[in-house]
Design a protein around this ligand. Structure first.
Ligand SMILES: Cc1cc2nc3c(=O)[nH]c(=O)nc-3n(C[C@H](O)[C@H](O)[C@H](O)COP(=O)(O)OP(=O)(O)OC[C@H]3O[C@@H](n4cnc5c(N)ncnc54)[C@H](O)[C@@H]3O)c2cc1C
Length: 456
């Protein structure tokens, strides 16, 4: 069966685009934790019709399909478990771009950074800004409903999708929505596919909304002696009615371990809050001044960071710098109601102390979304085990606080089956029913997102 499937796939996409055995880089993603999968082959279709034909062949043969974007995911979503890796990298065309109507149609394999650049060149902006933007692709962004710092003001990817083209089971190319700004004719199938982590079908293209890029933007940084004071400053931003574009936190431990190095400002130590003001020249200046005032109370120091792009570049590299401290970091993208932010930050430190590991939190704190992390030496088994225990405690604590075990990375492989920890059985059953309705043979990225019964 394998040989005949691979030869039929080669007839569709060309023999040079069926790569077997699969190169190692297609069997893993950015999660770390030693996650590596197996697959028969990597298949690289060149257009949406080839994706449709490839899916049909796999579905008929009963072969699992793992859609793959840039492989920058951090929950093991693109790590295959047998079957075929369907890489969208060759679907890299901008099909339409109408700057005067603030809209663009991009194929799944267009990188996030390329889309940002295309929009910018016409004075527009695609707001979702997940950190690995040179690597991640629009298909992957949709499949994970990616966020990023500016999701605080602009919302995650879903908010920007007006149309989606996808291949559904058993291999049918469909288009839902399009260059239309409103559509309530059917159930929200776009919403189902966005965030589905490749478990309901393969996204081949999307119509996306754009907005005019802000004329000006300023980042205000506040340093605090304690994490509590930093979290209070974040609540003050909201309480003062300031419409910041991004509100990020690095707790004291994150600053000490990976934040201070290369910070393009004068942070004085302790915890750091970054808040961005954007808008017209006048709006951005007014919001900047309001942020200085709100962040100033209880701060050791506040400043407007002179080099904004260096600041965001430094922020993008933070995760890697933290992982380098002990060789690895086990991080989860938990989210809690904003009034529990300070409790979560404190609890993460306590969990780390109990397990004998350095612990820290950083992330999109204005959304209550933190990348709480435990640093460990991957060569020391006791530390690996301690990190896993710490992570279980973290997820349990998050649910107890009324939060969610995933704010932006998805459940993927690393949290598969844990939905029942935060949803009632009837809700989980509804979730499973959707999977079976759209993927009756359970061949799209099996073992991700759905599945119940795992527990912490
Ligand atoms: C340094 C760093 C910073 C990051 N910062 C952020 C951040 O701020 N916010 C955030 O949300 N994420 C962040 N991420 C995570 C990651 O970049 C995002 O989840 C991104 O959207 C993944 O896109 P990708 O193309 O790399 O997808 P992949 O890793 O290839 O795949 C991710 C999932 O999507 C599925 N998939 C991919 N393409 C398709 C498709 N065309 N059709 C159907 N399913 C598909 C895969 O099967 C998998 O389940 C960060 C990652 C790194 C390494």
């Amino acid at each position: 069966m394998n040989d005949s499937l691979l030869s039929s796939l080669a007839d569709v996409v060309g023999s040079g685009n069926v790569v077997h055995p699969p190169p190692a880089e297609y069997l893993t993603d950015a999660t770390g934790r030693g996650l590596t999968g197996t697959a028969l082959a990597v298949v690289r279709p060149g257009d949406a019709r080839q994706v449709e034909a490839a899916v049909r062949l796999c579905y008929t043969a009963g072969a699992a399909i793992t859609p793959r974007g840039g492989g920058s995911g951090v929950s093991g979503g693109a790590v295959p478990d047998g079957g075929v890796v369907l890489s969208l990298e060759r679907l890299d065309r901008i099909r339409h771009f109408d700057p005067l109507l603030w809209r663009i149609e991009a194929e799944a394999g267009v990188t996030t950074a390329h889309l940002h650049r295309v929009a910018r060149e016409s004075g527009l902006m695609f707001p979702p800004d997940p950190g690995a933007s040179e690597q991640s692709q629009i298909g992957g962004n949709l499949a994970t409903n990616a966020g990023g710092p500016h999701a605080f003001r602009h919302g995650p990817t879903r908010r920007w999708v007006t149309g989606i083209e996808a291949v559904l089971a058993p291999g049918e190319l469909v288009t839902i929505g399009g260059p239309i700004r409103k559509d309530v004719a059917g159930y929200d199938l776009i919403g189902l596919l966005v965030g589905s982590e490749g478990t309901l079908g393969v996204i081949t293209a999307a119509w996306l909304r754009l907005v005019p890029a802000p004329e000006a933007a300023h980042v205000v940084a506040g340093s605090y002696a304690t994490d509590t004071a930093a979290c209070a400053a974040i609540e003050r931003i909201l309480g003062s009615g300031i419409e910041a574009a991004a509100v990020e936190l690095l707790d004291g431990a994150a600053m000490r371990l990976g934040g201070a190095s290369g910070f393009p400002g004068r942070a004085t130590g302790g915890a750091l809050v970054l808040a961005e003001a954007e808008g017209s020249l006048a709006e951005a200046a007014r919001t900047r001044d309001e942020l200085i005032e709100a962040l100033g109370e209880e701060a050791l120091a506040t400043e407007v960071v002179a080099d904004r792009s260096a600041l965001w570049h430094w922020r993008e590299g933070l995760s890697g710098r933290l992982a380098a401290v002990r060789g690895a970091k086990l991080s989860e993208d938990v989210v809690v109601p904003l009034d529990r932010l300070g409790d979560l930050v404190a609890e993460v430190l306590e969990i780390g102390q109990r397990q004998g590991l350095e612990a820290l939190s950083f992330g999109h704190a204005g959304d209550g979304n933190l990348h709480s992390s435990f640093l460990y030496d991957p060569d020391v088994q006791a530390e690996r085990e301690a990190a896993l225990r710490a992570r279980d405690d973290l997820l349990r604590t998050t649910v107890e606080m009324g939060g969610s075990i995933s704010g932006e990375h998805g459940l993927g492989l690393v949290k598969a089956g844990l939905l029942g920890e935060q949803w009632a059985p009837a809700a989980v059953a509804g979730h499973e029913a959707i999977k079976w309705a759209l993927d009756p043979k359970a061949l799209f990225n099996p073992g991700r997102k759905t599945g119940s019964g795992a527990s912490l």
